[in-house]
Design a protein around this ligand. Structure first.
Ligand SMILES: [Zn+2]
Length: 259
């Protein structure tokens, strides 16, 4: 059993979109799994064994509790009942409370099909009186991660501060040498991830952020979980002038030395 399952169509989608968040979840003590719907091959410079070896190295860096790679067809992923049931069986086996998956607006057809399949499988997994393996299960929450080939800026439902984990995220992404096979492509990957990380981080006043999207309202149990919320901030702030400091400032103002 795990707490959080991250669904990607190809090994490297999850690393690129939410490796920082996975490292954050793991530090908080949650059990995290990754489900790749396909092995991501063929690609121009990859091979199934090589891609699996890269996947395993990245998984070790992320310290995930489970990683399953299904045998659905890379490049030809389509919505069908067999595929939905295979994904639902993984949900029934791993029993996550939260699922992260692809957003269904994307240029890559695998990503759009994978998004719909993984959303449909959430409901399918709770069916009784079926031939599927495992006991019925329904994940409480489902969000979308940012693995997207479409060049759009979506409004995130929330952004996680992954500043502490950003270098390790890059390390996990670099494992996929079959995808980033020249110095230029490696540099491009780093630039894209850094640019996005800085952009989404800036929206929450953190250095690096990873965005997540939702088609449903996002609830909080406690407002204290909001990044940037510091109850008693003003009273406790060391940067506020002391009484002596205030006297100095008043004196400087009077003497025309400040402001
Ligand atoms: Zn992909």
């Amino acid at each position: 059993m795990i707490d959080i399952l991250c669904v990607g169509c190809h090994p490297d989608d999850i690393e690129m979109s939410m490796a920082g968040s996975i490292l954050l979840f793991k530090e908080k003590g949650y059990r995290v799994g990754i489900l790749d719907l396909t092995n991501g091959e063929p690609t121009p410079f990859g091979a199934p064994e090589k891609r699996m070896e890269e996947r395993d190295r990245a998984s070790r860096i992320l310290n995930v509790d489970a990683r399953i790679t299904l045998d659905l067809p890379n490049r030809y992923l389509t919505e069908n009942l067999d595929a939905r049931e295979k994904i639902a069986e993984v949900y029934r086996e791993l029993r996550p409370s939260i699922i992260f998956t692809h957003y269904d607006e994307d240029i890559h057809p695998d990503h759009t099909a994978g998004s719909r399949l993984s959303v449909e499988a959430r409901f399918h997994a709770k069916l009784t009186k079926t031939s599927m393996k495992g006991a019925p299960h329904f994940a409480d929450l489902l969000f979308y991660h940012g693995a997207n080939h479409k060049r759009i800026i979506q409004q995130p439902a929330f952004i996680l501060d992954v500043t502490t984990f950003f270098e390790k995220k890059l390390e996990a992404c670099r494992c996929y040498e079959s995808q980033f096979y020249t110095p230029e492509r490696k540099e491009y990957m780093k630039d894209i991830l850094t640019g996005r990380g800085l952009y989404y981080g800036s929206l929450i006043r953190a250095k690096y952020g990873e965005p997540f999207f939702s088609t449903e309202a996002v609830g909080l149990n406690d407002i204290a979980h909001l990044a940037g919320f510091h109850p008693g901030h003003l009273q406790n702030s060391k940067s506020l002038p002391t009484r002596k400091g205030m006297a100095d400032i008043e004196k400087w103002v009077k003497e025309g030395e400040a402001f």
